[in-house]
Design a protein around this ligand. Structure first.
Ligand SMILES: [Zn+2]
Ligand SMILES: [Zn+2]
Length: 234
C-alpha cells in the first residue's frame, strides 16, 4: 500500500488529494490553478513551442504518422503528482476528475470539420493487463463514453510485445524497441483518435498510428493525451 493510500484513509471526503485543503471535487481551486498548460504547442506533437510557429523543429524534420496531437497539461509539478496518484494509487475520484477534463478537451476538438469514427485507447500488454486487471486509459474515457455517441474501440488493437521504458532510450533505439509492438484487427473506420495518458517521446503513439494506417482503411489518426512530458531528447 502506497503512502498516499495510507494517508488517504485519514483525510475526510471533499478534501484535495494533493494538499488536503477543502475542495468541491477531489482537487482544490488553488492546486488546479497551478497545473501547467502551455497555450502554444506544436500542432503535430503538442510539444510546447515559443513564438508563432505551428510546428516544432523535430516535427518539421520528421513528421509523426498521426496528424495532430492534443493535450491538457504539461507533465510536471502538481499535475505529475496527480497523474501518479491516478496511475499507482487508483483513486476513483482522480480518474473521474481527469475523465471530465478529457471530455471538455474532446468537445473542444470535435466540430463540424473534425469528427472521429472511433476513439482507440492505447492498449496495455497482456502481462501489464494481468498485473493491473484493467486499462486505465479506458477509465479516462468514461465521461466521453457516457456523454457522446463516439465508439470507444478497445478491442481492435493489441499490444503483442512488452517493451522496456522508451524514455531512457535514444530516438533510434526507441524506434527499434517499439517496432512491431502492436497488431490490429480489420476495422472499417476512416478517422480515429488515439488516446494515452502521458505522451513523452510519442514513439508508442506513432507506432500505433503507423500500424493502423498501414493495415486498415483508416486514413487519418489524431492523438489526445492527458499530459505531454518533456523528453530529454526533445
Ligand atoms: Zn489542493
Ligand atoms: Zn512537434
Amino acid at each position: 500500500m502506497g503512502l498516499y493510500s495510507r494517508l488517504s484513509a485519514l483525510i475526510p471526503d471533499q478534501s484535495c488529494v494533493l494538499c488536503a485543503e477543502n475542495a468541491k471535487f477531489c482537487v482544490c481551486d488553488e492546486c488546479e490553478s497551478s497545473f501547467s498548460n502551455h497555450q502554444s504547442r506544436c500542432k503535430s506533437c503538442a510539444h510546447p513551442i515559443v513564438g508563432k510557429l505551428d510546428f516544432c523543429g523535430q516535427c518539421l524534420a520528421h513528421a509523426p504518422a498521426f496528424n495532430r496531437a492534443y493535450t491538457l497539461y504539461d507533465y510536471q509539478g502538481a499535475i505529475a503528482d496527480l497523474i501518479k496518484i491516478f496511475k499507482f494509487d487508483h483513486r476513483l475520484c482522480v480518474g473521474d476528475y481527469f475523465s471530465h477534463q478529457l471530455f471538455d478537451l474532446y468537445q473542444s476538438i470535435v466540430s463540424k470539420d473534425t469528427q472521429y469514427d472511433a476513439i482507440i485507447p492505447m492498449p496495455l500488454s497482456n502481462s501489464r493487463m494481468t498485473e493491473r486487471g484493467y486499462n486505465q486509459v479506458l477509465e479516462l474515457l468514461s465521461v466521453i463514453s457516457k456523454k457522446t455517441n463516439t465508439i470507444i474501440d478497445s478491442h481492435s488493437v493489441d499490444r503483442i510485445k512488452a517493451t522496456q521504458p522508451l524514455s531512457a532510450l535514444n530516438p533510434e533505439q526507441r524506434k527499434q524497441e517499439i517496432k512491431g509492438a502492436f497488431s490490429v484487427n480489420p476495422i472499417s473506420y476512416d478517422r480515429v483518435l488515439l488516446v494515452d495518458d502521458v505522451m513523452t517521446t510519442g514513439s508508442s503513439l506513432n507506432e500505433l498510428a503507423i500500424t493502423i494506417l498501414k493495415n486498415t482503411s483508416v486514413k487519418h489518426c489524431d492523438v489526445m493525451t492527458l499530459a505531454r512530458a518533456e523528453s530529454k531528447f526533445n
